[in-house]
Design a protein around this ligand. Structure first.
Ligand code: ZN
Length: 410
């Protein structure tokens, strides 16, 4: 879509600017004041909106977002939690895993869209047949991964094949000595390097943090998952002080917050990071950690036109970010193509009538969440699905009507 946003405010790399933004060929072509429309370009009024680069969710398991939180925390480490919840022959694990993988992945794609996320790092194998052009969001494609030292064989061998792309592994997820010893074990295996991305890092010691900084290892922070399961989270202030790159991830609904907006607020509540740090974590820092060199995380010239529009309250970008909810997201473009729009933007861009309710408000979203929900309900008892924190947030009209015409705000 070739678009010229007039009179908009936009944020990129620490700065807010006001004026016009031209989008074409899937990229940000030009920004400035008083840009003149070109042929076959749709001119749209951006006054009242703040455009941000599409957010990057640095950690999720896209196959696991139909679950409610499971377990009875607190736990000492991830392995104790895993043993407590993994009962594949019992409800709800048995029921939810009956939903075909493609449907679970699409459900999670909508979770990203309503969070303003345009790129997500999926911690599991890349599913080529699903993550194609029609899939609502971009999924990190170039990566190697291992689940964790305890659940993966040949971590060193997988790492050895990761040259030139990020190597992502859960590590130090817990509060006991065994959790922090994982860092020593990874070090002995030669796995702590500049392309290594450690997810969680709760049990990192000050000496280990200095070692991560020296080796240019990065960390993904998932505060709501951590605080829920262990009552502690990663030492993010120390990581920042020593210069370790930190991105932010939601993890799945098995342990984490429903949306990235909730995750941002959970992160802010810890007091370990300022809103400006958080904005970097979900844009430029995540892009740097994952080696996304195409301009993602920015709205600079020739960056992919992955952007989100939030109502412009006059606040600065970090404050707008941490105050947002699914209901705030007015428009999501990925490579210049609309993926989510409020009714006004759907009409302006000729997308059709709303086909979804997000956070209680009508929205147009790519694909059919109505058909997706119908397929899921045909497989799993709805009493189980309503325990999923997203089930009431991402609906559609007939579902809203059958539930009395009211949706709970997120
Ligand atoms: Zn995880």
């Amino acid at each position: 879509m070739n678009l010229l946003f007039k009179h908009i405010r936009w944020y990129s790399e620490g700065w807010i600017r006001a004026g016009d933004v031209r989008i074409g060929q899937g990229r940000v072509l030009e920004t400035g004041r008083g840009l003149t429309p070109k042929r076959r370009e749709r001119v749209v009024e951006g006054d009242g909106y703040l455009a941000l680069p599409g957010l990057i969710n640095a950690h999720d398991h896209l196959d696991l977002n139909l679950f409610p939180r499971l377990g009875h925390p607190p736990y000492d480490n991830f392995y104790d939690w895993g043993r407590a919840i993994y009962h594949p022959d019992q409800s709800p694990v048995r029921d939810v895993l009956r939903v075909p993988l493609a449907d679970r992945l699409w459900w999670s794609a909508y979770k990203q869209l309503i969070s303003g996320v345009t790129t997500v790092a999926h911690h599991n194998p890349y599913v080529r047949r699903v993550f194609g052009r029609r899939f609502p969001v971009k999924v990190l494609r170039r990566y190697r991964w291992a689940h964790s030292l305890g659940h993966s064989h040949d971590v060193a061998k997988t790492f050895a094949r990761s040259r030139g792309c990020p190597f992502i592994i859960h590590a130090a997820e817990g509060i006991d000595a065994a959790s922090s010893d994982e860092i020593e074990r990874l070090d002995r295996m030669g796995v702590l390097a500049s392309n290594t991305v450690l997810v969680h890092g709760i049990a990192l010691t000050p000496a280990q943090i200095r070692r991560l900084a020296a080796r240019k290892v990065s960390v993904v922070w998932c505060p709501s998952s951590n605080l829920h399961l262990y009552g502690h989270t990663a030492p993010v202030e120390a990581l920042k002080r020593d210069g370790v790159r930190v991105a932010l991830g939601t993890d799945s609904t098995l342990s984490g917050a429903p949306t990235l907006w909730d995750e941002l607020r959970a992160a802010q509540t810890t007091g370990l990071a300022e809103p400006a740090d958080l904005l970097d974590m979900v844009t430029v820092t995540a892009a740097s950690i994952f080696g996304l060199k195409d301009g993602r995380g920015t709205l600079r010239r020739y960056a992919p036109a992955d952007l989100i529009l939030l109502p412009d309250t006059g606040a600065d970008a970090p404050e707008t970010l941490v105050a947002a909810t699914p209901a705030s997201v007015a428009l999501v473009l990925i490579d210049g193509t609309p993926r989510l729009a409020d009714p006004a933007w759907a009409e302006t861009l000729g997308l059709g009538p709303p086909n979804a309710f997000v956070g209680g408000l009508p929205r147009w979203m790519t694909g059919s969440i109505e058909a997706l929900r119908a397929r899921i309900v045909a497989t799993v008892d709805e009493a189980i699905l309503t325990q999923n924190p997203l089930w009431d947030v991402m609906g559609h009209e007939s579902w809203v009507m059958s539930h009395g015409g009211v949706m709970k705000p997120s």
